[in-house]
Unconditional design. Structure first.
Length: 380
């Protein structure tokens, strides 16, 4: 039986970039997923994800996002695939909101291109929005939208082209005791020197005793509305990607004629990523339509053309989990994307690869010890 240098379990955004990063450092790598890269059950599946630099006072994620955007753009250039739409990202805050003010200061400090816009300036530039007078915004012209499923599958293809072996297989939950020699699948064993469990919302199922009360998969509903025929106001470049911080809702323009996307950012109820059906609730449709009518009146009667239910896998505070398993010195836990993680895939993959090889500077905020059973979200 072959022994790999590293086995990565989970071919979502974090796992795919980790496998590729390890391979580029010269390791033999096998990447395993039980449903397939960016599958419909995964947190990395679906149509699109926002990539933006604004994170309040938090330079850690701003700098990670900057590095990741460069990597996503390089990948698109190398593969010839459209993975990134430079729509710009508009962050909407309110007068007196410290998080938005801190975001403005951080972007200036780090050197991210941005504009501060008052309500009238936003109305003049984007008349599709109806805003209260106390709203102001931050516009990041170089940020935008990643095509999620397509992007992850492109990462996996490039990793395989570089020598990573990909397998579709269900891995039995391990029982770490000092060192993990191999993992069992339905019809084989996978032996490796190191194991990375980048299982997203499945992490609490793989390690129920350790993570069952530290990673919280939540049900997140997404809605696509059809703009009026011949109306280009809700497609780029006339419509940016946007985040309404106070309303806890975000949206993306009509990308590739898929529809105008709206999604609440507040955490939904618990979800089983294997078994739960992905049907949105009627009450949720009513709430989203009410918001649509207030913020974008021209879409008040727009047809709902598609819905989706995915999930976040939240840590107690929103920081990622990237740490060694406490009971197995060759097993690592990588996850806790917490609804904002997708954009950071390239930076996470590079960080994990360096840590596995004994390099890099450990980030205390990613440690297992910081993940608690009480939910106190601090990262948005």
């Amino acid at each position: 039986m072959k022994t790999w240098d590293a086995a990565v379990i989970g071919a979502g955004c974090f796992g795919a970039w980790t496998a590729w990063s390890l391979r580029r450092k010269g390791l033999s790598v096998v990447l395993v997923d039980k449903y397939g890269p960016a599958n419909a059950r995964s947190s990395s599946g679906g149509e699109s994800r926002i990539i933006r630099m604004g994170y309040g006072p938090d330079e850690l994620y701003t700098r990670m996002s900057l590095r990741s955007l460069d990597a996503w753009q390089r990948l698109g250039g190398e593969t010839g695939e459209l993975l990134f739409h430079p729509t710009g990202v508009l962050w909407l805050g309110r007068t007196g909101d410290p998080y938005t003010a801190d975001t403005l200061a951080t972007l200036a400090r780090v050197g991210v291109r941005h504009e501060a816009l008052g309500a009238n300036e936003i109305r003049a530039r984007y008349p599709q929005f109806v805003l209260d007078d106390d709203v102001w915004g931050i516009f990041e012209p170089e940020s935008g939208a990643l095509m999620a499923r397509r992007a992850v599958q492109a990462v996996v293809r490039e990793a395989v082209r570089a020598g990573v072996e990909y397998r579709t297989a269900a891995v039995a939950p391990p029982e770490p005791r000092g060192r993990l020699p191999a993992l069992r699948t339905d019809d084989a064993e996978i032996a490796a020197g190191m194991f990375v469990f980048a299982c997203g919302p499945w992490l609490p199922k793989v390690f129920p005793d350790l993570l069952g009360a530290r990673i919280f998969p939540t049900r997140q509903e997404v809605f696509f509305f059809g703009p009026p025929p011949g109306d280009e106001r809700f497609a780029p470049p006339r419509m940016p990607t946007w985040i309404d911080f106070g309303a806890e809702i975000y949206g993306l323009p009509d990308l590739e004629a898929r529809g105008f996307k709206l999604a609440p950012d507040r955490h939904g109820g618990p979800i089983d990523p294997d078994l739960d059906e992905r049907l949105v609730a009627a009450a949720s449709v009513e709430r989203v339509r009410a918001f649509l009518a207030r913020r974008f009146p021209a879409l008040a009667s727009a047809p709902l053309v598609e819905t989706r239910v995915c999930q976040y896998e939240n840590t107690s505070n929103g920081d990622f989990l990237i740490d060694r398993h406490p009971d197995a010195d060759n097993a690592w836990l990588v996850g806790g994307g917490s609804g904002h993680g997708f954009k950071h895939g390239p930076a996470v993959g590079e960080y994990v690869a360096e840590r596995l090889l004994g390099g890099g500077i450990p980030e205390p905020r990613f440690g297992l010890v910081t993940k608690q059973a009480v939910k106190q979200r601090a990262v948005f």
